[in-house]
Write a protein of this length. Sequence first.
Length: 168
Amino acid sequence: MKIIELLEKRHDRDDFDCGSEALNQFLRQTARQHIQKGISRTFVLVNTEQPNIIMGFFTLSLCEVRSATLSPQLAKKYPLQIPAVKLARLAVAQTFQRKGLGGILMVEAMQRAVIVAENAGGIGLFVDAKDAAAKVYYESYGFTSLEDNSLVMFLPLSTLYQNLNQTP
C-alpha cells in the first residue's frame, strides 16, 4: 500500500534519482535540514512493503506574493502582499515515472494546501515550473501563469476545492 509521510532519517535519500540533479541533491542534502529548521516540509511517497524506498516526494512552504503579479481581476481583490502555500518541489523516482505517482503527490499537496489555507489563511497554491514541459503538467491541474513570469504559476483556493471535489 502506498502512503505519504514526512521525510525521516530512515528514508533512503541516497538512492533516489528522478533525473534532475538539483531535485536529487535537495532531497539528499537539504530537505531534512529545512524540516528541522521549520523552513519547509518534505513529504515522501513510499510503499508500506518497502517503507525506506522513496518513490517520489514533494515539498511545501509558505510564501507571500505581491498582488500585482496576479491577473488584474484577482489583484484588485487583495492587499499588496498576500499569503499562500508554495509547492516548492515535486519529483518521482525514474523507476516509478509514468505510473500516476505524480498525480498522487499533486493531490496530496493540494489537500495540504487547503488545510493550511483553512487554518492560517492563504489564497491558493503557487509553483515555479522548471521548464515548458512542467508548465504544461501544472496547467493540467488548473494552474495559470502569473503576469510577469509565465513559469511562476498559481492555483486559486477555489480551483483547489474544485479539483478536490470539496466545498469551502
